[in-house]
Design a protein around this ligand. Structure first.
Ligand SMILES: Nc1ncnc2c1ncn2[C@@H]1O[C@H](COP(=O)(O)OP(=O)(O)O)[C@@H](O)[C@H]1O
Ligand SMILES: [Mg+2]
Length: 399
């Protein structure tokens, strides 16, 4: 949790205890190169990192190819993670291009890593963004936000995968109005349920789409963990721009284990306006940080409700979203008003985000636009490290 150092409260700019070298490197180990699947410290991409007495941190990152479109993602991640450390007031990041020696060290490390990971089959494109939607407790509207964000992103033309990872409280099938059983493909992997949405497409997996016997096993917790892992690994996703994960609520073993399986994910923490809720959501944010997963933003749900006469009803108080965002050093990326239409639409399986007007539809369109801008799928990764790998392989082949 980002604490304000006592020195700053008294108007003094020196920080008594800046982050240690270990803390800096630990934070940077949370930054995963999306293509190489390993962290930037062990890949040798961190040339230097220094914390100054005034809370400023200077960091230099060597990139494989300076013009790589994935650079923005790495850059955001470095700044957020270092910026969230206690005592850090600003982050100065410089990037440079790797020299030949650095590149070849990086490639051998990446190869080693690829060999170690052989057992894990990850079938989804590196360009897809993974968004975990989390909350400190149930009932804050996490699933409602996940489903409607998925629909709103699909309406923008994206292909959106949706994993219902709240195994014991699954609700996605009902909310999204899909029914049926998951089929397997020739590789004995699951095929997600598909639903066309405007120009886009939803691909959904949920316990709700499994056979009753399988569900019974999951209820008893026997294959809880394995079920989640299957949803992550044993699904043939095909093309994908986003993969949204409706996380189990809280900070127990199941969400923590799942967080560890998602090094490349970005988290949206859903909270409600009361200050008490902000504390609980803060614990969830902290859990992700410990698992080195980046929190990208806060979504405040059940925000003040505006009646037809333009009067605002802050039924559940206000400020929780802003407080939480300030505390963890990320923006509030969406505010979803408290509105009775949300309840009916969830029960009928017609997400409000299908609508063209009304406060709820508008709020989700705005949230989706913000996500599409801040956490954009990578359009052209061909110019990134993939190209570098190709180059090296080719040269090795020629030699
Ligand atoms: N913005 C909102 N306005 C009104 N009701 C809401 C809103 N968001 C969620 N709800 C309702 O609150 C209940 C809990 O939402 P749900 O998405 O199931 O929460 P969670 O997944 O966090 O447990 C549902 O009945 C849902 O319809
Ligand atoms: Mg839920």
């Amino acid at each position: 949790m980002a604490q304000i150092p006592a020195g700053r409260l008294m108007g003094v700019t020196t920080v008594d205890q800046g982050p240690s070298r270990d803390a800096l490197l630990d934070a940077l180990r949370g930054v995963i190169d999306p293509e190489l699947g390993d962290n930037i410290v062990d890949l040798g991409m961190v040339r230097s990192v220094d914390a100054h007495a005034d809370g400023r941190v200077e960091v230099e990152i060597a990139l494989t190819i300076a013009a790589c479109p994935l650079r923005g993602q790495i850059q955001d991640d470095v700044t957020t993670r270092l910026g969230a450390l206690p005592g850090v007031t600003s982050v100065d990041m410089r990037t440079g291009s790797m020299n030949a020696e650095e590149k070849s060290a990086l490639m051998s490390r990446a190869r080693l890593k690829a060999q170690e990971d052989k057992a894990v089959t990850v079938d989804f494109p590196v360009t897809a963004r993974v968004l975990a939607i989390a909350s400190g407790k149930g009932g804050v509207g996490k699933s409602s936000v996940t489903v409607n964000l998925a629909v709103a992103l699909a309406r923008l033309g994206f292909v959106v995968g949706l994993i219902d990872a709240d195994i014991s409280g699954f609700s996605i099938p009902r909310m999204i109005g899909l029914d049926g059983r998951l089929r397997g493909d020739d590789d004995r992997k699951m095929l997600p349920m598909e639903q066309k949405v405007g120009e886009g497409l939803l691909k959904v997996v949920s316990k709700g789409f499994l056979a009753d016997e399988e569900k019974a096993l999951m209820w008893r917790g026997l294959i809880h963990h394995r079920a989640l892992q299957q949803f992550l690994e044993d699904v043939t996703w095909g093309d994908l721009d986003y993969r949204l994960i409706d996380m189990p609520p809280g900070t127990g073993d199941v969400p923590m284990g799942l967080a560890r399986m998602l090094p490349r994910a970005e988290v949206l923490v859903v909270t409600t306006p009361p200050i008490a809720a902000q504390k609980i959501a803060g614990r969830a944010a902290d859990m992700f940080r410990r698992a080195h997963v980046r929190v990208a933003g806060v979504v405040e749900n059940m925000t003040a409700f505006e009646c037809e006469h333009g009067e605002l009803y802050a039924l559940f108080g206000e400020g929780g979203g802003d407080r939480l965002a300030a505390e963890i050093g990320v923006p509030v990326v969406g505010r979803i008003p408290l509105h009775p239409a949300m309840v009916g639409s969830g029960d009928e399986g017609k997400p409000v985000a299908y609508g063209d007007d009304g406060p709820l539809a508008q709020a989700f369109t705005q949230l989706a636009a913000r996500v599409a801008r801040d956490i954009a799928p990578v359009v052209d990764a061909a110019s990134c490290t993939a190209r570098l790998i190709d180059d090296i392989e080719r040269r090795l082949g020629e030699a």
